[in-house]
Design a protein. Structure first.
Length: 149
């Protein structure tokens, strides 16, 4: 099974508002890849999950053992603990159902474990993703003349 570490972060200028996401994929052979983007009218929690989804979608073909590093406890616990219950209850009272269902679809062939990292604590990959996610949100906001700021 191929291995990859995925470091992620999401940002939102206002919550809800214009948001950005970033994921850094690190492979054992030292190759790296950045995935980033932005959306209007979103939330920080949506951007956190979107970063993971887009990172998994960007993986080369194959089945992976994935370690996701996120500063979002909601996302980490959602992946590691809560998702089976949400599925069994048809996502009743669950926020961001569309993204959780997309996550299930893209992660299905893989083995995913999420790990929490403390935000703004000098973790190099998390700091990079935080910076780039925020830049994505700001860039989109500027293109739409202040929407979400």
């Amino acid at each position: 099974m191929k291995r990859v570490k995925i470091y992620t972060d999401g940002a939102c200028l206002n919550n809800p508002g214009t948001g950005g996401y970033c994921a850094l994929l690190k492979y054992p052979n030292r190759k790296q890849r950045l995935v980033k983007g932005a959306e209007l009218d979103t939330t920080n929690n949506r951007m956190e999950l979107k970063a993971i989804i887009e990172a998994i979608k960007a993986l080369p073909r194959g089945i992976y053992k994935i370690e996701v590093y996120s500063d979002s406890m909601i996302t980490v616990r959602g992946i590691n603990e809560w998702l089976p219950k949400w599925v069994s209850q048809s996502f009743k009272k669950t926020k961001n159902v569309d993204l959780w269902q997309e996550y299930l679809n893209v992660s299905r062939p893989h083995q995913v474990k999420a790990r929490w990292v403390k935000a703004h604590n000098g973790h190099p990959e998390n700091e990079l993703c935080d910076k780039l996610a925020r830049e994505e949100a700001i860039g989109l906001s500027k293109r739409f003349r202040g929407v979400g700021i």
